[in-house]
Design a protein around this ligand. Structure first.
Ligand code: NAP
Length: 556
């Protein structure tokens, strides 16, 4: 029976205010797009997506500037942003920024910082809520751009866009729930004096945000929203494969009315502009999301500064699903296939390792092969296609190299080929690939491939599965299918920041601010706190204790 809760008048007023404001987590709406609800969306969603897509396709190929200090900045040399669906589709031309532009952007962010940090926190919340609304207003356009630029199917594209608005709104919610992180501490009982102690979390200064290609909106807008609402100013560099999505984020923040210099958008390669940004002593903090190799390089390099500065590094994964002999195999197979191959296996949370108890291995394998073969592959902007292309020529080539290596080491049960016929010939399409029989010591049990390839192995016990699950340097996500008692044991023993049990929507994938905050342990993340969660905003703030003493007035 549901527990009855009696609210005070003050609590009722607070809840009414939250509802009116449109708190993302509390908003009562008929359809709320999340990774969990995206499996059966209303028809109107498809219509709006198709209209937005047509509009974008009619206007492709523009020259897009960087946005520094509120100004469009162009360079002589550009790079092309082409769609992995069809490389003939030129999405736009972007500026090849370098050290000069890193310097310009950092100078702008530094100049804007005192005023931005000095605003009342409620004013920053107001502006960031406007930014979240701008994103929601453009959610179909942004989702469709991500389909074209990343190769996301329509639900994945829209999910990424909506999640960005919700991450920013959630950061605003957290500022409010914590009263701007200003808290009264204990009072010293000092005779003759009146003493107050106040803890206040304050922003660091200029924050650099560097994002990956696979969630180019959420993993740029989420960290940027957190940095901005807490009072830092931002220089943001997107991945070179996804500058157009980054540009749309910058436009939403600009159109929300952020003052010039508070958010700066630069483009160019990691080497040419990313490295100068992270090497600059004016930078007070960094949020990097991307591969383990680049993340550790940045983490180590940043530590070489004159004093320690925060470096939030969100990195890769090698995410296991453990399947017990007591599992519901249908749910397990559905969840595994969605997580192994969703977004072409290019999610940091992709399920790349399947460890199944020997008595049910054959039955699970058959289900996985059947479901994998039923996947529809093609232009992911089309409603009927679930699997799109991989991101670029290098990933396309690596798919063949890994497939070849794995076919030598084990047996490819299904997949293993690039798809190059007909209209797929202009893009980077690969078959979803399931591999069996690869020896335990093989390097690809430990290294992230970031492609639609997953490996399966039988284990003699759940203990053996757990040992193998935890033996890698990563600790991002993990999934389990089994009995209730086994599930409790799984949660206690698995080394990962995001864990799921008996979930058909995805064995190892799924995140939503306020619901499933996302972050990793070990080599998957440097802070041990998850984005979109309760403990994230303080990462962007340092604490100051203010002890104030006044002489008590003597009685006259
Ligand atoms: P990546 O190659 O590591 O690149 C990430 C970003 O770093 C890009 O913007 C890249 O710019 C930039 N960069 C590269 N070298 C740099 C340098 N020396 N200095 C500064 N910036 C530099 O990763 P990706 O291929 O885009 O993304 C896939 C990876 O991200 C996977 O490993 C995935 O697991 C991980 N990921 C993790 C999470 C998480 O939450 N833990 C989420 C999503 C993705 P260029 O594009 O210009 O090279």
């Amino acid at each position: 029976m549901a527990k009855r809760v009696t609210l005070t008048k003050k609590e009722m007023a607070k809840r009414a205010a939250v509802r009116k404001r449109g708190n993302s987590a509390a908003r009562p709406s008929a359809f709320k797009l999340t990774y969990s609800t995206m499996f059966n969306p209303p028809e109107a969603m498809h219509t709006k997506y198709d209209q937005a897509l047509a509009g974008i396709k009619a206007n492709l190929g523009r020259d897009y500037g960087m946005l520094i200090n509120g100004q469009e900045v162009f360079t002589e040399t550009k790079f092309d942003d082409r769609s992995p669906i069809n490389t003939q589709w030129l999405l736009g031309a972007f500026q090849k920024g370098g050290p000069v532009h890193a310097d310009l952007a950092l100078a702008a962010a530094q100049a804007a910082w005192p005023k931005w940090a000095g605003l009342r926190w409620q004013e920053r919340v107001r502006l960031l809520r406007r930014a979240a609304r701008q994103i929601e207003k453009r959610v179909y356009e942004i989702g469709a751009v991500m389909s074209l630029e990343v190769g996301k199917n329509r639900m994945e594209g829209l999910g990424d866009a909506q999640e960005t608005a919700d991450l920013i709104a959630y950061a605003c919610d957290q500022m409010e729930a914590n009263g701007g992180y200003i808290k009264e501490m204990g009072r010293d009982p000092l005779a003759g004096y009146h003493v107050t102690n106040t803890s206040i979390l304050r922003p660091y200064g200029v924050w650099v945000v560097i994002s990956p290609f696979n969630f180019p909106m959420a993993l740029a807008g989420g960290p940027s929203g957190a940095a901005l609402v807490t009072g830092n100013t931002v220089v943001f560099k997107p991945a070179s494969d996804t500058p157009l999505t980054g540009r749309l984020l910058a436009e939403c923040l600009r159109d929300a009315g952020l003052p010039d210099g508070v958010f700066n958008f630069v483009t160019g390669s990691g080497r040419d502009i990313g490295q100068p940004l992270i090497d600059d002593p004016r930078v007070a903090g960094i949020t990097f999301t991307g591969s383990y190799e680049v993340g550790m390089h940045i983490y180590r390099g940043f530590a070489a500064g004159r004093y320690p500065r925060p470096c939030i590094a969100e990195m890769g994964g090698k995410n296991p699903a453990i399947v017990s002999r007591n599992a519901n195999l249908e749910d397990a197979a559905t969840g595994i296939v969605r997580s192994a191959f969703g977004l072409q296996g290019q999610k940091c949370s992709a399920n790349s390792r399947i460890l199944v108890e020997a008595p049910v291995k054959d039955a699970l394998t058959q289900l996985l092969v059947d479901k994998t073969r039923a996947i529809t592959i093609g232009d992911p902007t089309r409603r009927e296609n679930w699997l799109g292309p991989v991101i670029n020529a290098a990933a396309f080539r690596q798919f063949s190299e890994f497939s070849e290596e794995l076919s030598q080491a084990g047996e490819i049960l299904t997949g293993g080929h690039q798809l190059t016929d007909g209209e797929l010939s202009q893009g980077y399409f690969c078959e979803p690939t399931l591999v069996d029989g690869v020896p335990h010591g093989h390097r690809l049990w430990k290294n992230e491939m970031f492609l639609p390839i997953s490996m399966i192995a039988a284990v003699d016990s759940l203990e053996e599965a757990m040992r193998r699950a935890n033996e890698v340097d990563y600790g991002l996500t993990a999934g389990f299918y089994g009995s209730k008692k086994e599930t409790d044991w799984f949660f206690e023993n698995i080394q990962a920041g995001v864990t799921y049990a008996n979930r058909p929507q995805g064995a190892t994938t799924g995140a939503w601010p306020g619901f499933q905050p996302f972050g990793g342990w070990k080599g998957s993340g440097s802070t041990g706190k998850n984005g979109g969660g309760l403990y994230y905003l303080p990462l962007y703030l340092h604490e100051q204790i203010r002890t104030k003493v006044e002489r008590a007035k003597l009685p006259t």
